[in-house]
Design a protein around this ligand. Structure first.
Ligand SMILES: [Zn+2]
Length: 321
């Protein structure tokens, strides 16, 4: 998230640097990662584009942006949800309230930092409608400073990562994050076609569509999104591949798997200036399967519905191919 300078050479032959920068401003995360693998220059342009998008959104809220990035690094916290979707797919709007996800045990460290170092005003309210589907926090912690607002979301108890809440967002497009030097867009293949999967636990509430969810769906649909509770409902849907698919109820997913677009923010080989010993985001991932209505007869042994789940897992035992 620390700002990477623009290279001093044009990216595209015959096109000047300013025009290269203007073109990249429209690239989504999948296109930027492809540019990264062209060559060293492409890698630098990708890092500069992503880190500047993030800083443009976040840095005006902080008196010391570099120190804020270090606080996220110290606590293995990330920015996720709509803010990440905006960075990865710049045609999507930036959120009015930016969500920070922090491991459960460092929640108050981040809270104290924002209040005492950055002079944010703390507001704690009863949470009626959470962006998280099946684990609504009993209280919603919002921090405001002027026109800037942040939602601080704790991770699952006893988990060293902040990532559990992200897999239960009401809409799969929001299952995305960036940290001090890593990022992950878990449903890029759907997001680039403006398709989102509604989390089944939200649909099951009271046996009918909750009012707040209906309003969210209408807002997203007006922006051109197609939302569904199963990928088989979309026109032109390919046959279900079950556990290895991107969005089937039975798909076994994890942050960093082959369906994700993920990587580091700094140019390859560069590291953050201040080391914190261990990066818990690199040590642990979360494995999940959405659950809910299956794709039909050929999916998951003919079951019509399955129960979702999520588990903490060491990245070193996960296969990414
Ligand atoms: Zn299926």
């Amino acid at each position: 998230m620390l700002v990477v300078p623009w290279p001093d050479a044009p990216l595209f032959p015959g096109i000047d640097i300013d025009t290269s920068i203007a073109l990249l401003a429209h690239f989504d995360i999948d296109a930027l990662v492809r540019v990264r693998f062209w060559n060293h220059l492409g890698d630098q342009y990708t890092s500069a584009t992503l880190t500047r998008r993030i800083a443009f959104m976040l840095s005006p809220a902080f008196s010391d942006y570099e120190a804020f990035v270090h606080e996220l690094q110290l606590t293995s916290s990330v920015v996720g949800g709509q803010a990440a979707l905006h960075v990865f797919h710049p045609s999507e709007p930036a959120p009015r309230v930016i969500a920070i996800y922090t491991p459960h045990r460092t929640f108050f460290h981040v809270l104290g930092y924002l209040v005492h170092q950055e002079d944010f005003e703390l507001r704690i309210t009863a949470c009626e409608a959470s962006p998280i589907a099946d684990e609504p926090p009993p209280l919603e912690v919002t921090l405001t400073k002027g026109r800037y607002s942040f939602l601080l979301v704790p991770g699952a108890k006893e988990s060293p990562t902040p990532l559990h809440p992200l897999v239960s967002m009401w809409n799969s497009a929001l299952c995305a994050y960036f940290g001090p030097n890593s990022f992950c867009d878990a449903y890029t293949g759907l997001n680039e076609h403006s398709r989102g999967l509604i989390h089944p636990s939200r649909l099951a509430l009271h046996g009918q569509l909750p009012a707040d969810l209906g309003a969210l769906i209408r807002t997203w649909t007006a922006r051109g999104w197609a939302l569904s509770n199963t990928p088989s409902a979309w026109v032109g849907a390919t046959p279900c591949r079950g556990a290895v698919s991107i969005g089937c109820a039975a798909a076994v997913r994890f942050f960093g798997d082959a369906h994700c677009t993920s990587g580091v923010l700094l140019p390859l080989g560069e590291t953050l200036p201040r080391s914190v010993g261990v990066d818990l985001l690199q040590e642990y991932s979360v494995v999940w399967w959405r659950g809910g209505r299956t794709c039909g007869g050929g999916c998951h042994y003919g079951e019509t519905s399955i129960t979702g789940g999520k588990r903490l897992c060491l990245r070193s035992v996960l296969i990414t191919t």
